[in-house]
Design a protein around this ligand. Structure first.
Ligand SMILES: [Cu+2]
Length: 169
């Protein structure tokens, strides 16, 4: 016979197993709708990680993603990545990333991304890492990044710890 608390434990375990990748979080901030916020598991001792998300501007005025913050990182910046002369380069967007009205901007591996520096701990698959984003108009928005596996959606050689990366100031 299964007692009630045990049954609860089984239900909790099952929902934990199946809930991780399935339910995409949707966060609204003013006219902005943010979905698919995720990151990747980091190697032990890693000090940097990328963060990815999709931002839709349903309003009629432009907004800008200026940066972010979080307890998990000493610093959170908005970066742009591009290939120049066969070398992957990335640079911080000092003026932020424009989110034009009626448009959807995707931060994804190989393009725009959040860059988290000075990590306070390891990201493990299944973790939900809270970060606070700062927009020029929508203000501060807290959401959590769903941590995926180490190689998730990453084209080869595009991770930040790779040897082909150059930091541009
Ligand atoms: Cu970067």
């Amino acid at each position: 016979m299964i007692t009630f608390p045990n049954r609860l434990a089984v239900v909790a375990l099952v929902s934990l197993l199946f809930a991780v990748p399935a339910r995409a979080q949707e966060v609204k901030a003013g006219d902005l709708v943010i979905t698919q916020a995720w990151s990747r598991a980091t190697p032990n001792g890693a000090k940097i990680a990328g963060g990815y998300l999709t931002i839709e501007n349903k309003g009629t005025t432009p907004d800008r993603l200026l940066g972010g913050s979080g307890d998990i990182a000493g610093k959170v910046e908005v970066h742009e990545m591009a290939t120049k002369d066969g070398v992957m380069t990335m640079r911080p967007l000092d003026k932020g990333l424009a989110i034009e009205p009626g448009k959807t901007v995707k931060l994804a591996p190989g393009g725009y991304h959040l860059m988290m520096f000075d990590l306070k701990g390891q990201f493990k698959q299944g973790d939900k890492v809270p970060v606070t984003l700062e927009f020029e108009k929508a203000g501060k928005v807290t959401l959590s990044l769903d941590v995926q596996g180490v190689g998730a959606s990453a084209p080869a050689g595009m991770d930040h710890s790779g040897g082909h990366m150059e930091m541009k100031k």
